[in-house]
Design a binder for this molecule. Structure first.
Ligand SMILES: *[C@@H]1O[C@H](CO)[C@@H](O)[C@H](O)[C@H]1NC(C)=O
Ligand SMILES: *[C@@H]1O[C@H](CO)[C@@H](O)[C@H](O)[C@H]1NC(C)=O
Ligand SMILES: [Zn+2]
Length: 413
């Protein structure tokens, strides 16, 4: 497929990452850029798929590559349990383990622990938890998280942070978590063994408190990591609050570094967040929802378990370029997926392929529109396709986009 070409406006480099800015939207805060990582280039803005688990429903490296994915997210916690650090070290890291020659981003492992293991306790030292295998007490420190991620060999590693749900009303605890995340970043930087081949990203915390977020941005930016994440969101806060936090942070971040908003994946959230100045996103939703028979399309989510698809011989989505839907592809019909939804794995596997393609292709469209400087028109078309009735446009999206100069209700393209 022919994609928009653009020349580089500005660049910045660190030991294992180059950020080339290729376009700025003349209306919103959106940008298009090229990120060069140790395992090749990726085009921003982008969505990074995450498998719910390294399971049967996960895609093969070839299938993942076919979606256009060149940077995927793997879980440090899961890799640390299986195959474990010793085996990873012997194999030479996660790229070799799974035959993936493109980029990998790993989380710190902390969030998985806090969310999966209800019994985790956080202290200044690290996250204390009981082993899911035999209940022995374990401790995940910033040093241990970095050591694991160094062994995994991920192109982007995330700092261990102290995450609270944004909706937590406890101001004192929120402040402690934010300040501790800064101290843990310093410990992560000190522990990092491979700064010339792996990139460590910081994570901005501070809940929904904009002053706390600003203070955290200042501290984190001063540490000069090659990329910056905005964390702790997507925890059930109101979308309007989410947008305020993103826009407050992006206003303070250096232009020539990638900005990653963690845990975001609904199509509306992605396009609005790009308009607010963010570049990278990840979420388990597209792969998780595939398990429930859901196909993401530009007209909304379709549940192919519904009886109405039993004799629908069209592709999952008309005009989709994924391996299931495209002409000369696998020739998968909605009816076929419908008939397989009982045998969960087949349908889930096909829908995962389609959904991951959808997300990556959405971002390719966003990027092309930014480069052509037609992103406001792209946004209007995107919402018009998704909501045939303008009255149903989500208020938070209308407001957030108005805040960056886009009126969704105007007829002009
Ligand atoms: C890494 O992530 C990709 C994309 O989600 C997934 O297909 C793959 O199974 C993951 N690998 C491991 C070892 O978890
Ligand atoms: C967490 O703290 C509580 C209360 O101090 C304690 O009872 C519990 O054993 C701790 N859990 C772990 C995993 O350390
Ligand atoms: Zn498709």
């Amino acid at each position: 497929m022919l994609r928009a070409m653009a020349s580089i406006i500005a660049s910045s480099s660190s030991a294992a990452l180059t950020f080339d800015l290729v376009a700025r939207c003349s209306t919103t805060r959106a940008r298009a850029s090229i990120l060069t990582l140790p395992h090749g280039q990726v085009q921003l803005p982008m969505f990074m798929p995450v498998a719910t688990q390294a399971s049967l429903k996960g895609l093969t490296p070839e299938q993942l590559e076919d979606t256009g994915c060149r940077l995927c997210l793997n879980n440090t916690y899961h890799l640390g349990l299986k195959p474990g650090q010793e085996v990873l070290a012997a194999i030479g890291g996660a790229h070799k383990l799974q035959g993936w020659n493109h980029n990998i981003l790993t989380d710190s492992g902390g969030f998985q622990m806090v969310s999966l293991l209800k019994l985790a306790n956080i202290t200044e030292e690290g996250v204390r938890f009981l082993s899911p295998h035999d209940g022995t007490p374990m401790l995940l420190t910033p040093e241990h998280s970095i050591s694991l991620q160094n062994t995994i060999g991920s192109d982007i590693m995330m700092q261990l942070d102290d995450v609270l749900v944004t909706t937590s009303p406890d101001y004192v605890r929120m402040r402690e978590a934010m300040e501790r995340s800064v101290r843990w970043l310093d410990r992560c930087i000190a522990a990092h063994q491979n700064p010339t081949t792996q990139n460590l990203f910081c994570i901005i915390q501070g809940g929904l408190d904009l002053d706390m977020r600003r203070g955290c941005c200042k501290e984190m930016v001063a540490r000069d990591t090659p990329g910056i994440a905005i964390g702790g969101l997507s925890g059930g806060e109101a979308k309007a609050d989410y947008c305020r936090v993103v826009v407050t942070c992006t206003a303070m971040l250096p232009e020539l570094k990638p900005r990653y908003v963690m845990g975001i994946g609904y199509p509306e959230d992605l396009v609005v967040s790009v308009a607010l100045g963010a570049d990278m996103f990840d979420c388990v939703w597209p792969t998780r929802t595939a398990r429930f028979g859901n196909a993401i399309t530009k007209y909304g989510v379709l549940n192919l378990r519904n009886a109405r698809y039993a004799s629908d011989f069209g592709p999952i989505e008309d005009g989709c370029g994924c391996a299931c839907c495209r002409e000369g592809g696998m020739g998968i019909t909605r009816a076929f997926v419908h008939h397989n939804t009982a045998k969960e794995t087949v349908a889930a596997h096909l829908l995962t392929m389609h959904n991951v393609w959808y997300q990556l292709d959405l971002m390719r469209g966003v990027r092309d529109a930014i480069i052509a400087d037609k992103f406001p028109a792209f946004l209007r078309k995107f919402f018009a396709d998704l909501y045939p009735d303008k009255e149903k446009y989500p208020t938070w999206a209308v407001d957030a986009l108005r805040g960056v100069g886009v009126d969704l209700h105007t007829e002009d393209i």
